[in-house]
Design a binder for this molecule. Structure first.
Ligand code: CAA
Length: 385
């Protein structure tokens, strides 16, 4: 008997401050439409020193975990490129914070923005072999390029948490996918740097080339075509990037299908436009945005393009389940975004410089403004508090 495996629940967390891209454009001497239309971003999450990828992941995961689910979790796969330790996995800190059972495998996965997709596919294969297993998959990151860089408008941050099980509530993953790896220097962050290095224009071209490659390979493997899909979901470092990806494959002749795929894309970029890049989590925030703002019904097939610079690309697909809306808390997510407060450019620049230092000194962070259940209080004796 074939086991249906996929995404059962999704949670999402982003901190409670944002920077308006019109304010940033004015401060940087750019036309606001370059950011709003040319890049396709309206706001960007501003990450305080009191949130790192572990605490953001805990805040996202706690939305979807009940005591009964926690007791059944066998594995935590944590995709991130903003790790807090070169040895100890973020997944181990997370498992402890969430109170998961000790008989859990807890591992961190790294390949730029692709890490959570690696986690999702490994989790799905694991559950296919062990159908009673439940796996927690995380994509959490802080996208940092630096003040006054070309990449600054594409920063952001947050965490997505997904529960992967048999008989999933949201999405049944197809077992076939297509992937491609090549050693490319489009974006990287050596261990001595807190900000990424990027060859921006080149990275956008590599993204589109990888999409072309894996989409062609997927079609050859499955004999499916664009007509078999109700939506395509993209890794969104900025929303214009996914728009370019979609344009690359839209049929010229078929007007009705073009309109419905474009409408689905608009739904899938709505939340990312408000948060910015969250690297590993971006594709899955876009999926959640599509579920929240789109008009899909159970039984429709969705295509996903995951891209991690350096580089790895994967195209995979899945079938939406009838009761998918019960797999996430729509009201909570709407409130979380709506309740955020704007910061000025000067406040954002100050917060940007306040990241927990790399010198190992004992630090007590000001946590008075934190509203999230999990936060970083500082560092004592070389240990995160
Ligand atoms: N009104 C409307 N549009 C305008 C405009 C205006 N007044 N002024 C400019 N634009 C448009 C430009 O025409 C351009 O559109 P197209 O891309 O469609 O040609 C767009 O705004 C951007 O303008 P520029 O190309 O001049 O922008 P830039 O040189 O400042 O850099 C960037 C843009 C390369 C994306 C830069 O922000 C960057 O390096 N970002 C980080 C790298 C990145 O995100 N790469 C994505 C692929 S890699 C990946 O996906 C992994 C990951 O997460 C990092």
């Amino acid at each position: 008997m074939t086991v249906t495996v996929g995404i059962d629940k999704i949670g999402f967390f982003t901190p409670d401050h944002y920077l308006d891209m019109v304010d940033l454009a004015h401060a940087r001497g750019e036309d606001p439409n370059k950011y709003l239309i040319g890049i396709g971003q309206s706001k960007q999450a501003v990450i305080p020193p009191t949130q790192d990828v572990v605490t953001m992941a805990a805040n996202a995961a706690s939305q979807i975990l009940t005591p009964a689910i926690k007791a059944d979790i066998n594995m935590v796969l944590f995709g991130t490129e903003s790790g807090v330790d070169n040895s100890k996995a973020t997944a181990v800190y997370l498992a402890h914070l969430l109170g998961l059972p000790a008989n859990t495998r807890a591992i961190e996965l790294k390949q730029a923005c692709y890490g959570a997709t690696a986690g999702l596919q490994l989790a799905a294969d694991f559950v296919r072999v062990h159908p009673t297993a439940k796996v927690l998959v995380i994509g959490a990151d802080i996208a940092r390029y630096g003040l006054r860089t070309a990449g600054e408008v594409t920063q952001g941050g947050g965490a997505v948490a997904m529960l992967v099980t048999a008989d999933p509530t949201i999405l049944a993953l197809d077992a076939i996918s297509s992937y491609h790896t090549a050693d490319v220097m489009d974006f990287w962050r050596p261990t001595y740097r807190t900000e990424a290095l990027v060859d921006g224009k080149y990275s956008t071209n590599v993204y589109l080339d990888f999409f072309k490659t894996v989409w062609a390979d997927y079609q050859a493997q499955t004999q499916r075509s664009i007509a078999d899909f109700s939506a395509f979901v993209f890794h969104l470092p900025f929303t214009k990037m996914g728009r370019k990806g979609l344009r690359q494959i839209l049929p010229e002749a078929d007007e009705p299908q073009q309109a419905s795929l474009t409408a689905a894309f608009e739904a899938s970029q709505a939340d990312n436009r408000e948060v910015g890049n969250l690297y590993t989590g971006s594709l899955y925030l876009s999926f959640l945005s599509l579920l929240r703002h789109g008009t899909l019904v159970g039984g429709e097939r969705l295509g996903f393009f995951s891209y991690g610079s350096g580089a790895e690309g994967e195209f995979f697909s899945g079938v939406l389940q009838p009761d998918y809306r019960s797999g996430f808390d729509d009201d909570f997510l709407t409130r979380q975004l709506a309740d955020r407060q704007a910061v000025s450019v000067a406040e954002y620049e100050a917060i940007f410089q306040q990241q927990l230092s790399n010198d190992g000194r004992d630090t007590q962070l000001a946590v008075g403004q934190e509203r999230a259940p999990y936060y970083l209080a500082g560092r004592q004796h070389q240990q995160r508090q």
